[in-house]
Design a protein around this ligand. Structure first.
Ligand SMILES: Cc1cc2nc3c(=O)[nH]c(=O)nc-3n(C[C@H](O)[C@H](O)[C@H](O)COP(=O)(O)O)c2cc1C
Length: 262
């Protein structure tokens, strides 16, 4: 195991959401470094579709004020895009329930039912008290691939922040108020709000910052393929493509699994 791998692994595995922050400003030079490095993310045909608005100081206070005012007057969230399928699978739903329950528990909001969930949403709209709010946006007609590319960029940002001792929390909940975000940031309807990111120095004394939802085991999400399908012969791959007629049959539910998990 090389030193470089260890450093990489340490950064990746210590990135977990931080939901309580110190009242300590973040030097702009650090944010500049992180966003510059994050811009090395890959993108189809190097299109680099990501855009980010970095909101601090009075601009942040004004934004929080407007978001909370909308929330308090009962405006229902209306995000620019859905973030879950219409019929989510039960495993995903179970994980989501556990993660939310864990956050509510460590925030001391679990006993309050719907009121606790509302309080949690309102906390999101204050960026959990973080001094920096980042707002990530794409063209309004963004194709699914652009969201993938935004994800690469966003992950680079979050990992870069960790490397500087900073914490963050990505937030779809705040994207539920896209019109407020657009108005406050001078963005037109040609911009689609993807999510926000609360950024700051994590409060080490806050229990919530120690909460890490369980992860699936590697075998649950990785499959290893090292055996050619029976219909595939060495001769058929000479030109890099299987010869016509020798393609493996499409896998369907009744096909026998050749997957190995180790
Ligand atoms: C696109 C996206 C949107 C999210 N939105 C919220 C949010 O609105 N509020 C929040 O507290 N956490 C939010 N999260 C954080 C997830 O709940 C968190 O990443 C997940 O539970 C795993 O926990 P960890 O990141 O601490 O390891 C979001 C994460 C992603 C990737």
């Amino acid at each position: 195991m090389t030193k470089r791998w260890k450093q990489f692994e340490a950064v990746v595995t210590s990135r977990h959401c931080k939901r309580a922050y110190l009242d300590q400003p973040v030097p702009r030079a650090l944010l500049t470094d992180v966003l510059t490095a994050a811009g090395q993310a890959p993108s189809t045909r190097n299109g680099q579709p990501w855009r980010v608005s970095v909101v601090t100081g009075d601009a942040r206070a004004a934004l929080v004020g407007r978001l909370c005012a909308e929330f308090d007057r009962g405006t229902a969230p209306a995000p620019d895009y859905p973030n879950r399928p219409r019929t989510p699978d039960s495993l995903t739903e179970q994980r989501a329930r556990l993660a939310l329950a864990g956050v509510l528990r460590v925030l001391g909001l679990a006993q309050q039912g719907a009121a606790g969930r509302r309080a949690h949403l309102r906390l999101n709209l204050t960026f959990y008290g973080a001094p920096v709010a980042m707002v990530f946006h794409l063209p309004a007609d963004a194709v699914p691939g652009a969201f993938l590319e935004m994800g690469f960029f966003l992950q680079n940002v979050m990992l870069g922040l960790v490397a500087y001792g900073l914490g963050s929390c990505p937030q779809y909940s705040v994207a539920g108020y896209p019109q407020v975000l657009r108005e406050e940031l001078g963005l037109g309807v040609d911009r689609l709000i993807v999510c926000t990111l609360a950024v700051g120095y994590p409060d080490p004394a806050a229990d919530v910052n120690g909460f890490v939802p369980a992860r699936a085991a590697l075998a649950d999400y990785a499959r290893w393929h090292d055996q050619a399908p029976p219909s595939f012969t060495a001769a058929s791959c000479g030109a890099g493509e299987p010869a016509a007629g020798s393609r493996p049959a499409p896998v369907n539910a009744s096909s026998q699994s050749r997957e190995r998990t180790t």
